[in-house]
Design a protein around this ligand. Sequence first.
Ligand SMILES: Nc1nc2c(ncn2[C@@H]2O[C@H](COP(=O)(O)OP(=O)(O)OP(=O)(O)O)[C@@H](O)[C@H]2O)c(=O)[nH]1
Ligand SMILES: [Zn+2]
Length: 197
Amino acid sequence: MSFDSSAMPWVRMPTVHGEFSARVFSVQGEEHLVLKRGDVAGTPGVLVRIHSECLTGDALFSRRCDCGPQLARSLELLGQAQAGVLVYLRGQEGRGIGLRAKLAAYALQDQGLDTVDANLHLGLPVDARSYEGVVEILTTLGVRQLRLLTNNPDKIRQLEQPPLEIVERVALQVAVDEEHRAYLETKRQRLGHWLDL
Ligand SMILES: Nc1nc2c(ncn2[C@@H]2O[C@H](COP(=O)(O)OP(=O)(O)OP(=O)(O)O)[C@@H](O)[C@H]2O)c(=O)[nH]1
Ligand SMILES: [Zn+2]
């Protein structure tokens, strides 16, 4: 029997942060996972988190970045929302450069480079992520007006595409860990993230 991914069903996904439905969306060879809560089609002000995969932070509790706590906080807020969506983007490790290159960048950061210069030193883009697939996924879900959980102005710029309308940015600041304070400071100063440090 062959597997038809287009017929992928929604499945029940109970989490410690509440009940969601889960589905995979395949976009350009990547299997992105979507968690949905409530009725999102046509609902104004759906709470949305677009989360870039970070294996070390999301699954292994690394303190080098704020990804893990951001993911947990997102699920907590989505679990309290009437209508919400988490898009967990695969293939976006290291802001799109991949896991191996992210660890190479970490090695450079241990020698004193910041997160931006480390990518550049490797001859890689500072941020190689594209959100076209996300626009497609959210549109397929019938999401139109959304409240986006992010501190990243570039994410807002890239997602503000018809028929999507971002009616509010919801700050996603988590407790600052001394292990990643400098990393957040660089994101604030060089990438323009809205962070209160
Ligand atoms: N290249 C590189 N990538 C990193 C580093 N630390 C975390 N990442 C990646 O950065 C991505 C998350 O990006 P962030 O800048 O933390 O957050 P964002 O998604 O742009 O913005 P928010 O919506 O505010 O969370 C994930 O893909 C991580 O793997 C690092 O030091 N170097
Ligand atoms: Zn991370």
